[in-house]
Design a protein around this ligand. Structure first.
Ligand code: NAD
Length: 476
């Protein structure tokens, strides 16, 4: 049960925005202009299913069009409501500005539990929702570009792209109307993993900053750090998988809707995910100890918490009991504004959502650029790079040989060095660069200003300043 004094999601986002805007000298009226959501469209449409018409409610909210297109995912969940969609749209505006992605912010949602419908029923519903939005330009390659969010994925994005193409048969850029599509429908390598991969890059960068680690009372590297992950969906699964298999972190607990798994030695994320995919639940998964009552799951001992499910999970009721040193907000809005203050006071460092989960929109941006350029990244350069690299390798080996040295370049080095970058390598490199640059900018503000006591405040300051300068450039 939510505490009565707990703000709504949108109020929480606004409170955090206000804390930052107070520290800025914005021109009169601009503070409101940036914060207030421009428009929210509500649609109610009927679909004939199993012989009767069922009515669905959906939203598409445009928070800020200071840059177009606006960008933001589409969520399928029973709990979707206007307040939530507007909060998520606002976060998209701030997120894009923070990681320097040239989009405004929007978000969409449909009140539906996808698990209650067969695939063919979901396709009809998704196409109809897309039709309602597209005919009002709320899906459009140059105006409003959705992506996956909770409850949606590649399949839904492919349906939306196809629906848009059917409605705009002569639009050459129609594939750019939505991102997160499967590869064979105009998607990009690395989009599915992007948000989880971004979490990994963000954490790696955090561990490169000794001063920031000190504030969190953390030492060493990611290896051996005990991590709790809440929500083993797209974001949580990829983050947990990469951190455990590539950085040797220990995923000591995974919390899902129906209970949690605990294993102090670290869970095998792939096997837990396979079990969850096959059975739809963690029950009977013998990778760890299953505990049905997971209400206090986030309060377990650990170094890092990755909330990757829904908003408001760290709130007035449990914030005091959180024991982690670091929380990285993989989900949007997992910490309410009052809980944010409590964690700050306790000295728990928070890597904020608008930065932490920006990997998704970053790779979505790459996909959109790819769709507009109609060519796969790396296609023109890969072979040429490989030819030049192997030329250099051959020459180095020739020099070593003629100089009488017995040493030669190792086969492992030659293989690694000679390979030209394909799309996945370029996408990961672009994502890594984005996450590192944005972290460095936040960390600098956090460490250099006495009035900035958190990474979140630093993130908001940077973001609002950038949006304000876009308005100033337009003469406002
Ligand atoms: P998803 O639907 O793939 O996964 C969500 C998972 O959380 C599911 O496994 C679900 O069972 C679980 N879950 C739901 N409620 C829960 C609860 N109360 N306790 C524990 N587990 C619960 O969704 P996703 O795409 O991974 O998105 C998760 C979060 O990340 C959302 O807040 C979303 O807005 C945010 N996000 C997603 C992306 C993306 O690219 N998909 C990008 C940025 C932010």
């Amino acid at each position: 049960m939510k505490n009565n004094t707990e703000p709504t999601f949108r109020q929480s986002v606004d409170t955090m925005y206000n804390r930052a805007s107070r520290l800025l000298d914005l021109s009169p009226g601009l503070e409101d202009k940036i914060r207030i959501c421009n428009a929210t469209y509500t649609v109610r449409f009927g679909v004939r299913l199993k012989g009767k018409i069922q009515t669905f409610t959906g939203y598409r909210s445009v928070h800020s069009e200071h840059i177009e297109p606006v960008k933001g995912g589409i969520r399928f969940a029973k709990s979707v409501n206007q307040d939530e969609v507007e909060a998520l749209a606002a976060l998209m505006t701030y997120k894009c500005a923070l990681v320097e992605i040239p989009f405004g912010g929007s978000k969409g949602g449909l009140c539906i539990d996808p698990r209650e419908y067969k695939d063919e029923e979901l396709e009809i519903i998704t196409r109809r929702f897309a039709y309602e939005l597209a005919k009002r330009d709320l899906i459009h390659p140059s105006q409003n570009v959705p992506a996956p969010d909770m409850g949606t994925g590649e399949r839904e994005m492919a349906w939306i792209a196809d629906q848009y193409s059917r409605m705009n048969t002569t639009e050459i850029n129609s594939r750019a109307c939505v991102t997160g599509k499967p590869l064979n429908a105009g998607g990009i390598s690395g989009r599915v993993e992007a948000t989880g991969r971004g979490i990994q890059y963000a954490l790696r960068e955090f561990f490169n900053h000794a001063d920031d680690m000190k504030k969190a009372k953390l030492k060493g590297t990611l290896a051996g750090k005990k991590i709790i992950v809440q929500g083993l969906g797209n974001v949580g699964y990829h983050a947990a998988l990469f951190l455990s298999t590539e950085d040797d972190a220990l995923i000591t607990s995974i919390i899902e809707k129906d209970g949690m798994l605990v294993n102090a030695k670290g869970l095998n994320v792939q096997r837990v995910f396979d079990h969850l995919t096959e059975h739809g639940s963690l029950v009977d998964c013998n990778e760890g100890k299953y505990i049905q009552e997971s209400k206090n799951g986030l309060e377990q001992e650990c170094d890092i918490i990755i909330p990757a499910a829904i908003e408001g999970v760290i709130n007035i009721d449990n914030a005091e009991n959180i024991k982690a040193s670091l929380v990285i907000e993989a989900a949007n809005g997992p910490i309410t504004a009052p809980a944010d203050e409590i964690l700050n006071k306790k000295g728990i460092v928070i890597i904020p959502d608008m930065y932490a989960n920006a990997g998704g929109v970053t790779v979505s941006y790459f996909e959109w650029v790819k769709n507009l350029s109609h060519i796969r990244f790396g296609r023109m350069r890969r072979r040429q790079e490989e030819t030049r690299n192997s030329l250099l390798v051959k020459e180095l080996n020739r020099i070593l040989k003629t100089s009488g040295l017995k040493t030669r370049l190792s086969n492992e080095f030659i293989k690694k060095y000679s390979e030209g970058a394909g799309e996945i390598e370029l996408v990961r490199s672009g994502l890594d660069d984005t996450m590192v640059s944005a972290y460095q900018a936040m960390s600098e503000v956090w460490n250099s200003r006495d009035d900035v006591d958190s990474l979140r405040l630093a993130a908001y300051l940077l973001s609002i300043e950038r949006i304000a300068s876009t308005y100033h450039a337009k003469g406002l």
